[in-house]
Design a protein around this ligand. Structure first.
Ligand code: KG4
Ligand code: ZN
Length: 299
């Protein structure tokens, strides 16, 4: 509900800024720059954040930096003791995106694969709703999956044989059919088994495609980021998958996987060094992404 999200942002923004300043123990006079997400996302929400940031910038006489939210997710991996080195390969898995990128330099990012429909996190949220689990679905499914059998149901690994793109809408439908099938057969639905089987299918396809990208573009570092990377089963699967590869896996700390301001600050810091401040007349960009490169990969 974009209208509601927009209204709630206008109600929350000043409290959020005041709370952030209080928690950081800073006065406004201590600030050296102010950054905000300028896309991708819901237009109304982006406008509230950027207008607040530009106002602070104007009043305090400090630079404003408009950041690509997806770049923020990648830069969350720099909030670690052992950050990645350029060039590296990245997988961004969030509620809105599932994307493979080649990061050739600090702000040279090329999209080499993306979802054709739903994002992986979105599939977690929709499947959770089908199973009567709370929002956000990811943590709820992860918890339920811990006691379930990942082989109880077989869910599709969509587009397994095609390049570096993803599809997650089929798996959501397959889960609905499985749930209905259990009911029709008079069996008690074992939510943990559905959750574990679904989670395994999503992880499998993310690992398959990412390892395929790594074969195509071998790099020293692999960054896996975005809200879904808060999932411990996903992290272990990637750790196992890279064992026979000459690559260092970097995850953001758990606290910086789901949306947060620190990652926007980290990306802004680098962007400011490369490009300087963002002009006030650069608009928000609800569909902001990265330039895409078509990649032919043998299956
Ligand atoms: O990056 P994020 O906070 O927001 C977007 O930019 O979209 O990602 C949110 C998504 C939600 O779909 C949520 O269900 C998922 O990340 N998520 C998880 C887990 N924690 C959050 N998915 C799987 N396992 C988790 N533990
Ligand atoms: Zn995000």
């Amino acid at each position: 509900m974009p209208e509601l999200a927009y209204r709630m942002h206008t109600e929350a923004i000043h409290h959020v800024i005041a709370l952030a300043m209080k928690e950081a123990g800073l006065a406004f006079s201590n600030l050296q720059a102010v950054a905000a997400t300028r896309g991708p996302g819901l237009e109304g929400a982006l406008i509230v954040g950027t207008v607040a940031a530009k106002t602070l910038s104007n009043v305090l006489g400090i630079p404003y930096i408009g950041v690509n939210h997806l770049m923020g997710h990648l830069y969350a991996a720099f909030l670690t003791e052992n950050p990645p080195e350029f060039p590296f390969l990245g997988l961004i898995v969030s509620g809105g995106h599932t994307m493979l990128v080649r990061v050739d330099g600090p702000s040279q990012i090329v999209r080499i694969g993306t979802t054709k429909d739903d994002a992986a996190g979105e599939a977690f949220d929709k499947v959770a709703r089908t199973l009567g689990l709370p929002y956000p679905g990811g943590p709820a499914i992860e918890k339920a999956a811990k006691t379930g059998n990942p082989k109880a149901f077989h869910f599709p690994r969509a587009m397994k044989h095609q390049a570096l793109d993803f599809s997650f809408s089929g798996i959501k439908t397959a889960v609905i059919h499985a749930v209905e099938g259990e009911k029709a057969a008079g069996r008690v639905l074992v939510v943990a088994d559905v959750a574990a089987s679904f989670q395994q299918a999503v992880i499998d396809i993310l690992v398959i495609k990412t390892m395929r990208a790594l074969d195509q573009f071998p790099t020293q570092h692999l960054v896996i980021c975005g809200g879904v990377t808060a999932n411990s089963a996903l992290r272990s699967a990637f750790e196992t998958a890279v064992q026979n590869h000459q690559v260092t896996l970097v995850f953001p700390p758990f606290a910086f996987c789901t949306d947060n301001a620190a990652m926007i600050g980290a990306a802004a810091y680098v962007q400011y060094q490369m490009e300087g401040p963002t002009a006030f007349d650069i608009p928000v960009s609800p569909n902001l992404g990265f330039p895409a490169e078509a990649v032919e990969v043998p299956a």
